[in-house]
Design a protein around this ligand. Structure first.
Ligand code: SF4
Length: 462
């Protein structure tokens, strides 16, 4: 698919005795790189002092030097960040670290506070000073301003003010605190190994440490791990859970589990559901994924339809990201450098081309054209998600409504615009049925039913 930005991934470690926590965080963040490539950072305790390293850039160049160093530590957190245009800058790189009336606090945030703009205006009006534009800083202000004594009290008071999505890894004094918002928009997992507690946005980051038993934090759960062990308390829910279905469609790594589901298995079922929809309505010769986003749904489609699956599109892993190039011509050239059609697979064939979802449609038009140039007789575009029509206020950077192709055209019009013989989406009811659990998911970018309305200007996040 065309790139949609994701706002971040978090990781944390609390060990009973000193070990190289920053090194472990490097491996965990490396596994979460797909959740944010703009900046990254770690904070850790060492000999009673707090240290940190963060900068703009990917995990390997920014944090790779940690691998050759020794940092005996019992506590640390880390973050990878994606930012919208204007929201980047090293001042927004995380973890954020403060010393306040509640002690030392470090914060790593995944999500977006949908009433963040409103809260920021209120706090600024009351004299608060913000260093960056990310709404994660709000959480630190709210913690500092709470009149409640004790960790549970001030966290409850601060977090109850927030609407929207937040999965947090925090250091508070000698404790690791992991928090999942009461709607459970973003995933957050906790695992145990060798007496240490590990938290991460996705299980792939726990696997990077090694095999370990793990579980998902429940919506609203606040897990504290310190020298006395682990315990949890729960924030009051305002709404039933609203897990972001886009995590399963596109964002999470396929080898991860999120929301108690294998991402790979979920995407396979989405592909099967697409095939069921076409059953008896489409004659085709080969199923070709748009790599890598369409790979797994295409496997499910091909298996269910009884058609051969093949890589009719090859992807160069050395081409840069096309969406940041300034002109349409440059973006098209970049897409052509990134993807190549394989004539041996598609020439003379009726091709079912599978992708996970459709944003602007520009990349799909280029890819359909590549398949035709390579000799494809027919190209049928299939999307393993419903039509994307609405913005997200909970941590995913979706373009403005007028840029989303599904707001301009119906599937027949989309097929014409991208040059395909047909285009079909997976309807929302079939998507949810494929998960076997219709309740508890946010589908607002498809159906416009946003669980929390946005405060004006409240789209920037962490
Ligand atoms: S609006 Fe879409 S992307 Fe945003 S949380 Fe809901 S399902 Fe996820």
């Amino acid at each position: 698919m065309e790139s949609l930005g994701h706002h971040c991934g978090v990781a944390g470690v609390r060990a009973p005795e000193p070990r190289n926590v920053p090194e472990t965080l490097f491996y965990m963040l490396f596994s979460l790189q797909h959740r944010g490539q703009e900046s990254c950072g770690v904070s850790w305790e060492e000999g009673g002092a707090w240290n940190g390293r963060k900068d703009l850039g990917m995990v390997a160049p920014v944090l790779g030097s940690l691998l050759g160093e020794s940092h005996p530590s019992r506590l640390g957190i880390g973050h990878v960040r994606y930012s919208t245009a204007g929201g980047g800058g090293v001042q927004n790189a995380q973890p954020l670290v403060i010393e306040c009336n509640k002690g030392r606090v470090a914060l790593a945030h995944n999500g977006n506070i949908s009433n963040g703009a409103l809260l920021r205006r209120r706090l600024t009006g009351e004299g608060s000073i913000f260093q960056g534009s990310a709404d994660s800083e709000l959480i630190l202000h709210l913690i500092s301003r709470s009149r409640q004594e004790g960790r549970e009290g001030f966290l409850r008071e601060a977090l109850n003010t927030l609407e929207g999505a937040y999965s947090l890894a925090m250091m508070h004094e000698d404790a690791l605190v992991a928090i999942r918002d009461p709607s459970g928009f973003r995933p957050l997992y906790v695992g145990k190994k060798g007496g240490a507690t590990y938290v991460a946005s996705e299980t792939c980051a726990l696997h990077a440490v090694g095999p370990m038993p793990y579980r998902e934090l429940r919506p609203g759960e606040v897990l504290v791990a310190d020298s006395e062990g682990e315990r949890s308390f729960f924030l009051e829910p305002r709404l039933p859970p609203r897990r972001c279905i886009f995590e399963l469609i596109y964002f999470a790594r396929p080898d991860s589990e999120v929301f108690g589901q294998s991402v790979h298995a979920a995407r396979t079922r989405f592909g099967e559901a697409l095939a069921d929809q076409d059953s008896g309505r489409l004659a085709a010769d080969v199923v070709v994924p748009v790599p890598d986003s369409g790979n797994i749904a295409a496997i499910g489609y091909a298996r269910r339809a009884g058609l051969p699956f093949d890589f009719g599109l090859a992807r160069s892993h050395y081409a840069g990201r096309s969406f940041i190039l300034p002109t349409k011509g440059q973006r098209e050239l970049a897409a052509r450098l990134k993807l190549h059609a394989v004539p041996e697979v598609v020439a003379g064939k009726r091709v079912v081309m599978i992708d996970d979802s459709l944003v602007r449609g520009t990349t799909s038009r280029i890819i359909v054209n590549l398949l035709r140039e390579a000799g494809a007789k027919e190209v049928h575009l299939r999307l393993a998600a419903p039509e994307l029509k609405w913005p997200c206020y909970y941590g995913i950077d979706i373009p403005d409504r007028d840029q989303l192709i599904s707001n301009r055209l119906d599937p027949e019009g989309i097929a014409r615009e991208v040059g395909a013989d047909s285009a079909r989406f997976l309807p929302q009811d079939r998507l949810l049925a494929a998960l076997g659990d219709r309740d508890g998911y946010c589908c607002a970018c498809f159906d416009g039913r946003h669980p929390f309305p946005p405060a004006a200007g409240g789209k920037e996040g962490a």
